[in-house]
Design a protein around this ligand. Structure first.
Ligand code: F0G
Length: 482
């Protein structure tokens, strides 16, 4: 992917791959979309993929694979123990990350399980720039607590700060004076901070954070699942690091930390995960859990085909011509929406384009899930599936009160090498239409609300007959067109 100047057209991202296998898409007519979203309880997780036109739910496990990845899968060495494929992957991860030990796991949250089970004891705390849903759950399950020390700017949805995922060093200093070392299980930094809109940290920031942890004897953990986009932003936005190659930056970042874990569903364009470690003792302690929860040590719950694909995919992830595919598409989408006044998270981050649902639908109270309502409305007018990242994704307080999320986002993920620019343009067009008709969108109310992970399985109804009115307005403007 390069960003080329055009002579007669506006500047735009240009794909550096060609498509050789395609999958047919279907755009259901409006009335069928209304039926499908009602059947899914207005929860996009419960939509059937066949009812979705552009699936922007996530970039996890749905990035397009390359010819090289598919070819490598054919020569995977299948064995329960000691497969050559495993050693290839181990060698790739340890050499790219610059850490000597590797443990395989079936996906990112499995790594989090192993880390939390080994390091978190009841009453301990885990400081981090910002939480991710599965990370927090694993820490809490072990009796620990999560503390978020992201810079204040990180929670400002519209900003020009280039590194909104940075840890606030002053908050961290205070934190270390407040809690003794024994109370702190480890410190976690998340690359491309997911829940605040795929926002990166700077290399300067993590150097400081790690150095403070070393002084206090605190174990440092990097969640590298979204490292790819973070690397790109460091290279693009951090003056002192511009001359370094992506692979040099990867090694420099990862080797700062004691533990680096990743979801290969994101980093590596395949499916799986793993942990790289600096310290032999920690490695030995965590190693015991792999056969117990994941699978034997030389596959860790992954198929050998996927391990081959990850080994190749990791190199592709760090290819200087591929790395900007996600961020350039996202920036294109964010900037086009901004031009039409649509409230989006800025600066453009990684992972996807994030709509600011509170500003989009200021008339929908947070207790009626504006981000969830926006997800439902966008599906109705476009067949696009996004993911609610707001109050619906929170869990209620023990006394049953709603825990209102700090930010209400509708995430529209752009998996790598999957969508074309014309599909992104279609998304922009329908979002702008929806924004111009936002007064027609109302809230949602739970009719089935599970106690845990309600955003996955919960079902909701519109709190008024707004969907019918929205559909009528759509039909008026677009006629018989889909
Ligand atoms: N850490 C981060 C930052 C993630 O974004 C994810 C997954 C995980 C850990 C867990 O990895 O899914 O392989 O178990 N994020 C996905 C998403 C689910 O849609 O953003 P996993």
């Amino acid at each position: 992917m390069t960003n080329i100047e055009m002579k007669f057209l506006p500047k735009q991202p240009l794909e550096m791959h060609k498509v050789r296998i395609v999958q047919k898409l279907h755009l259901l007519p409006l009335e069928k979309r209304l039926e499908a979203i009602a059947k899914a309880g207005n929860n996009t997780f419960l939509l059937k993929n066949e009812d979705v036109f552009l699936d922007m739910l996530t970039d996890s496990g749905v990035n397009a694979m390359s010819d090289q990845q598919l070819a490598s899968m054919m020569i995977a060495d299948d064995a329960y123990a000691g497969s050559a494929t495993y050693y290839k992957l181990e060698d790739k991860v340890t050499s790219l990350f610059g850490l000597p030990f590797f443990l395989p796991a079936h996906q990112g949250r499995a790594c989090e399980h192993i880390i939390a089970k080994t390091l978190v004891k009841p009453g301990m705390r885990v400081p981090m720039n910002y939480h991710f849903t599965t990370t927090k759950s694993h820490i809490v399950l072990q009796g620990g607590e999560v503390d978020e020390l992201v810079i204040d700017e990180g929670l400002k949805l519209q900003s020009t700060h280039p590194f909104k995922g940075n840890m606030d060093l002053e908050k961290l200093r205070k934190y270390f004076s407040q809690y003794p070392k024994e109370k702190i299980a480890f410190l976690r930094m998340e690359a491309g901070t997911n829940l605040i809109g795929g926002q990166p940290f700077s290399l300067a920031n993590i150097r400081e954070v790690v150095s403070m942890c070393q002084k206090h004897g605190i174990i440092t953990v990097l969640d590298a699942s979204l490292l790819q986009d973070n690397l790109y932003f460091i290279k693009k936005r951090e003056e002192a690091e511009k001359h370094k190659s992506i692979k040099e930056l990867t090694k420099e970042i990862c080797s700062l930390f004691d533990i680096v874990y990743f979801s290969a569903r994101k980093l590596g364009f395949a499916k799986g995960g793993g942990l790289a470690l600096k310290d032999k003792d920690l490695y030995e302690r965590m190693k015991e859990l792999v056969p117990l929860y994941e699978g034997f040590l030389t596959y860790g719950g992954m198929s050998v085909k996927e391990m081959e694909a990850i080994a190749v995919g990791l190199d592709e992830t760090m290819d200087e011509e591929v790395i900007n595919q996600g961020p350039e598409f996202i920036a294109y989408m964010v900037e086009a929406l901004e031009k039409h006044g649509v409230p989006v998270v800025t600066p453009p981050g990684g992972l996807g384009c994030h709509l600011d649902a509170k500003s989009f639908l200021p008339h929908v109270p947070q207790t009626e899930y504006p981000a969830g309502a926006l997800a439902s409305a966008l599906y109705i007018v476009s067949g696009i599936r996004g993911m609610e990242r707001g109050t619906m994704s929170e869990q209620r307080e023990p006394d049953g009160r709603e825990r209102l999320a700090e930010v209400e986002l509708l995430r529209l993920a752009l998996p790598r090498r999957v969508f074309t620019l014309s599909q992104v343009n279609y998304a922009i067009d329908r979002i702008v239409w929806l924004y111009n008709h936002r007064h027609l969108v109302g809230g949602l109310k739970f009719v089935k609300e599970p106690d845990i992970l309600r955003f996955f399985f919960g079902e909701l109804n519109p709190s008024s007959p707004w969907q019918k009115q929205l559909a009528e307005a759509f039909q008026k403007d677009f006629g018989k067109s889909l």
